[in-house]
Design a protein around this ligand. Sequence first.
Ligand code: UDP
Ligand code: MG
Length: 327
Amino acid sequence: MGKSVDGADVKTKLSIVAPCYNEAEGLGEFCRRAKAAAEAAAGQSFEIILVDDGSSDGTWGVISGLAADIPQVLGVKLLRNHGHQLAATSGLAVARGERVLLIDADLQDPPELLAEMMAIMDQGADVVYGQRSERKGETKFKLITASVFYRLLTRLTSISIPQDTGDFRLMKARIVHILLNMPERHRFIRGMVSWIGGKQVALQYTRDARYAGSTKYPLKKMIRFAIDAITSFSIIPLRVSAWMGLISAVFAVGLLIYTLVQWFEGNVITGWSSIMAAVSALSAIQLIALGTLGEYVGRLVQEHKRRPMFLIDCVVQGEVTSELPDD
Ligand code: UDP
Ligand code: MG
């Protein structure tokens, strides 16, 4: 629920949620385009929620400025960098719209697609997600790793997570509500939304190059993101460890029999290198298995702590800064 000019409660038709991490340069342009798209789709009944995910550039200053200028802009400042998925989640938690558009702030996902997404939702979809038919301005490395990742994920998980989709999507409030009630801390939003189900429709689009700045997903974050995705949706890696163990056990028994036969025949085994090779291969397999187990156990420990998913420092709307969002 939002407040109208005369203070009465009215339903907000649309919320646009954009996580921002060091996006100061492009935010003005993003807001202009998002606002135009929102006005075309929902008249004046919308809000644009910009989440500052602990940026170290002037992002919060820009967001405060935009909030002061544009009444529909709501700025949310997190206490520190929580990462894309949690920053997005905090924005969704603040959103009050009947429909919520989750979008990156770097203008790689064109806000103008909102019109088409709204039209598809008018026909009964619960979720309309953008599916990238083409990606501009990405490095070869990013394209290849992303493609391998999505294909691996499909093989490893039992629910169908659509290929080549990001978090750019329009969702009905009830889907957002369910999503927010899913308590896991390691969040892989696109997978979680797929898991929820309902009527989910893809909309093909060309992903543009960034408007300004550079990607905030360096290799380390990409790997962490991929591990989060796989471990939250699949236990197959644990089974792979067990299979690797079984296969190496069969090899070990074979090797033992061979060694015994050689010993009975009086052959002194001189193959130091072959033993070293076998030992190092086996310890590698064991370490991989242990590491895989560790990933899951570590997640159990973290989930068990039940810490809050994100910490909001303050919220700004118009000229007013408050410590908690008003609801
Ligand atoms: N982002 C964020 N926190 C982070 C990293 C990224 O809020 O720790 C935001 C970022 O500002 C952008 C979106 O998440 O709006 C997607 O990030 P980015 O464009 O860097 O990822 P890419 O498109 O390169 O995969
Ligand atoms: Mg981007």
